[in-house]
Structures are given as structure tokens and as C-alpha cells.
Design a protein around this ligand. Structure first.
Ligand SMILES: [Ca+2]
Ligand SMILES: [Ca+2]
Length: 293
């Protein structure tokens, strides 16, 4: 029986486990053994153990802690120049959704998948398209610390893959620069760092003023109705709107579907995508850089 208890009170954790945050343990005894290939930590458990929690932090006495995941909440607002309706209510056109052209799998690096029912929502919360959101280092905004796909609603809200909830990032509570990429618009980033926490979604509007975005008036287009939108026309996603973008889109004139050449996102690649949108933005480009993507 003595031996049985001894085994029970040894808790091992190898270095095979991936960690998002450093784990810790409280125990009456323990050590770390290692050689050139591996390390092994063990602790002797408490005689009596319990799980303690204050709502944000959970402590398991005597055990190595679970991987601690912090869900930072973020509510973002952006508008895309291409589909933005320029008269009346400030809203984006949801033709891609209403014509069943939006993919349920994100076109960005995480290839996250939504549900078809998410694209059934109509009105101000109708889904316009996928976007890509990044948290960047508060001391060096060229360094991306976390990224994920999100969904953009007609009224500018960026929500999670379920179509309604605020974005959540598995990152430490801290301040970050926030950047938004879109597949044929020029990326924008917050002018300042923003403190994010796990309890309340911090709301950031990157469309309300040139002062809200990094690079100011060079980063957005003034739509004249109190909205500063992300600039349309970057077909090849190199951060610059150039003649090469125009020449590439010309080759795709007449096609329909989910295409980066469709600047107003109405489901058709037309002369108006070039003449009314792309060509008006030639020479514009992204106002910040990425060093680790
Ligand atoms: Ca380009
Ligand atoms: Ca079009």
C-alpha cells in the first residue's frame, strides 16, 4: 500500500507537451532530471489537494498546472472601400454572401472553417467576407505575435468564425498593435497600442478617423460619410496598388465568383472594378511592415 501511494503522488511531465505559457507547480518536493535529449520534471503531490480558482486563475495544488489559455477579447470595426455603399446608411454590400459565393473555409493561413448557417444571416450583421487579424508587439509593431481569421459584417464589425461573437486570442493580457488584412484591400493597423483583457471585449474602430490608423490618411480612403475605409485594389497582395494589379485584373475581366479581381465584391470582374476603384488608387500602399511572416 505504501508503494501504491508513492506512485500516486509522483506526477511527471515530459518536454513533449507544447506550451502556450510557462507552467508551474506547487509541491512539497520534486526535481528536474535531464540528459542531452530530454528533460523530466517530477513533484511529490500534497497529502491533500484541491483546485482553487478566483475566476481568472486556476491553481491545482500538487499537480503541474494545465496549459493556461487566456482568451483576450477584441471587437474590431473596419470598412472595405470596394463593397461600401456610398449613399444612405453606412453599410457594405453583401452580394458575395447573397449569391452563395463566400467560401465557408477561410482563404487565409489558418484555413479555419465556419458553418453554412453563418452565411444565412441577413441585414446589418450579414457576412461580407473573411479578414485576417493580427496582434503585434507593443514595442515593435513589425513583429506579429498572433493571427487568426475573422468574419466581417455589413456594418463593419469583425466577429469570430461563429458569425456573432467577439474575436478571442490565446495570448497574454497586454497591449498590442492591431492589424487587419483583406485579400484585395490594403492592410491597416491601429495607430496606437491597445490594452486587451479576458473579461471585456475591447472595441477598436479603425474606420472613424485617419488618426485611428497607423500612417494616417495614407492608410485609408475618405469615403466622405464619416467613414475611412481600407483601400481597394491590391490584387496580388503585395501591399502596393500598382499597374501590375491593373494588368492582372484585365486578364480576368468577365469572370464571376469569389475572385480577388472583383474589387467591389459584387461577384463579377468588370471594367468598373478597374476604372472606378483600382485605377483611382494606383500608387497607394501599406504604411507598415511585417518582419516575421
Ligand atoms: Ca499589388
Ligand atoms: Ca465587381
Amino acid at each position: 500500500m505504501k508503494q501504491y501511494i508513492f506512485i500516486l503522488t509522483l506526477f511527471f511531465s515530459g518536454s513533449l507537451f507544447s506550451q502556450t505559457l510557462e507552467r508551474s507547480v506547487i509541491g512539497s518536493s520534486g526535481t528536474t532530471l535531464s540528459n542531452a535529449n530530454a528533460s523530466l520534471d517530477f513533484t511529490v503531490g500534497e497529502l491533500a489537494v484541491a483546485t482553487l480558482s478566483n475566476g481568472t486563475t486556476t491553481l491545482n495544488q500538487g499537480f503541474h498546472q494545465e496549459v493556461i489559455t487566456l482568451q483576450l477579447k477584441l471587437s474590431l470595426v473596419v470598412f472595405l472601400q470596394g463593397p461600401l455603399v456610398t449613399s444612405g446608411t453606412v453599410i457594405m454590400d453583401d452580394s458575395l454572401r447573397s449569391n452563395s459565393l463566400l467560401p465557408i473555409t477561410s482563404p487565409y493561413a489558418d484555413s479555419i472553417t465556419s458553418e453554412t448557417t453563418v452565411f444565412d444571416i441577413t441585414g446589418t450583421n450579414a457576412i461580407i467576407d473573411w479578414v485576417w487579424i493580427s496582434l503585434r508587439d507593443k514595442n515593435d509593431p513589425t513583429v506579429v505575435l498572433a493571427s487568426q481569421s475573422g468574419l466581417l459584417q455589413a456594418d463593419g464589425d469583425i466577429v469570430s468564425v461563429n458569425g456573432t461573437s467577439a474575436l478571442e486570442f490565446d495570448s497574454p493580457s497586454d497591449s498590442y498593435y492591431i492589424a487587419v488584412n483583406h485579400r484585395n484591400h490594403v492592410a491597416v493597423m491601429s495607430a496606437n497600442t491597445v490594452a486587451l483583457n479576458t473579461s471585456t471585449a475591447t472595441t477598436i474602430d479603425l474606420s472613424d478617423a485617419t488618426a485611428s490608423v497607423f500612417g494616417g490618411s495614407n492608410s485609408v480612403v475618405n469615403m466622405g460619410n464619416g467613414v475611412f475605409a481600407m483601400i481597394a485594389g491590391d490584387f496580388d497582395e503585395n501591399g502596393q496598388i500598382q499597374n501590375t494589379d491593373t494588368n492582372a485584373v484585365i486578364q480576368l475581366l468577365g469572370i464571376s465568383g469569389y475572385s480577388k479581381a472583383d474589387m467591389d465584391m459584387n461577384g463579377q470582374v468588370q471594367n468598373s472594378d478597374i476604372n472606378s476603384i483600382l485605377n483611382t488608387n494606383i500608387g497607394k500602399g501599406v504604411q507598415f511592415t511585417v518582419t516575421n511572416e
